[in-house]
Design a protein around this ligand. Structure first.
Ligand SMILES: [Zn+2]
Length: 356
């Protein structure tokens, strides 16, 4: 008889797809993360969940929340899952956080602002709420910095004349993030064994490369299956399995996977309606992206995805779509230089390629 307290009854038989036993308590790990509005989840041990959250996932989340605010700034309602971009703007010495909300992006003081005259004397201030204003005034008086001080309460304001720039760069965090969205989707659809045997856990835990890279290939067949602006994860199993993850229509990542029996799955998440679905689908047989490309090709691809983002936002009712341009190229790949006019994408060699 097993001793009590090793596993709760409902967790007997549950395993973590990303680590070996013994497992700590199993927790919910979302396929599309919660901050994007994802609700469907799989079971992952607490240790893996927290390690991912504190490494690539946390950093990718920061980048994606900025993109979310950027899209919301077009005048779209992404208030379903409000995102904050801390200390995003400095206007007249005041630092502002940006927040996505039902009426687009709002800016709000990041911290109370103390106003001084030319001689350095405190002449007033601003705070986000009545309580904060009173607290700030009391502190200033207590510290002897002012005898009397008027702190004004200012509400969040809509961002109209402010131009935001967005980070559409690719990096290893985004590649790992996409690889995990793909493997979580596969697990959700019953491909737990496939993921376990794929070795992707080692990549997510940082102990091997993988070969995930920018999906600079024709993804129009996936795009056509999704509501505009929606996040998508498409996984095709076959002699050359792969996944493609599309985020806001503006970022797309290709994740190579080991061979398996032919099947295909598609997961979609609409950031505006919040609708989420995972289904088996017909195979789309997308050609893999090339491993080398020229700077002109990279620029053309980034410009294409930026235009997709703009067009899709307009289709969803954006009232202030930006005119996006690609000023600098950051592919974030381990090889940072253009060699003989080409750029190597992804990690040097993946486990999959070595096996082949
Ligand atoms: Zn685990």
């Amino acid at each position: 008889m097993k001793s009590l307290g090793i596993a709760r009854h409902d967790e007997v038989g549950e395993v973590c797809p990303y680590s070996d036993p013994p497992f700590e308590e199993l927790t919910d790990d979302h396929v599309f993360p919660e901050f994007l509005g994802g609700r469907r989840s799989i079971r992952v041990c607490r240790d893996c969940n927290s390690r991912f959250g504190h490494s690539f996932e946390g950093r990718a989340a920061k980048q994606l929340k900025r993109l979310q605010i950027f899209v919301s700034h077009f005048g779209l309602d992404l208030g379903r899952v409000p995102a904050t971009w801390p200390s995003a703007l400095v206007i007249d010495n005041a630092t502002y956080d940006l927040k996505s909300g039902p009426t687009g992006t709002q800016y709000e003081l990041a911290r109370p602002l103390i106003l001084r005259n030319e001689a350095g004397h405190i002449i007033g201030g601003r705070a986000r709420s009545r309580a904060e204003a009173e607290q700030t005034a009391a502190n200033m008086i207590k510290k002897g910095k002012a005898k009397e001080i008027q702190i004004e309460e200012v509400a969040g304001e809509s961002l109209d004349g402010v131009k935001l720039s967005v980070d559409l760069s690719y990096n290893e965090d985004l590649y790992k993030f996409s690889a995990k969205v793909a493997s979580n989707a596969a697990i959700l659809m019953g491909f737990q064994e496939f993921v376990k045997e794929s070795g992707i856990a080692r990549y997510l835990h940082g102990s091997s490369g993988w070969g995930a890279r920018i999906a600079n290939c024709d993804t129009s067949s996936i795009r056509a299956l999704r509501p505009q602006l929606s996040h998508a994860v498409y996984v095709e199993f076959g002699p050359q399995s792969y996944a493609i993850v599309i985020l806001f229509g503006g970022l797309q990542v290709y994740v190579p996977l080991p061979a398996a029996e032919r099947r295909a799955i598609l997961g979609l998440l609409d950031p505006i309606s919040g609708e989420e679905s995972f289904n088996e689908t017909a195979e789309l047989s997308i050609s893999p992206p090339p491993k080398y490309w020229t700077e002109a090709e990279a620029r053309a691809h980034l410009e294409f995805t930026s235009q997709c983002l703009t067009k899709e936002a307009i289709a969803r009712g954006a009232t202030r779509p930006p005119d996006l341009s690609v000023p600098a190229i950051d592919l974030g790949a381990p090889v940072q230089r253009w060699v003989n006019g080409t750029h190597r994408l992804g990690e040097a060699k993946s486990d999959i390629e070595r096996k082949a």
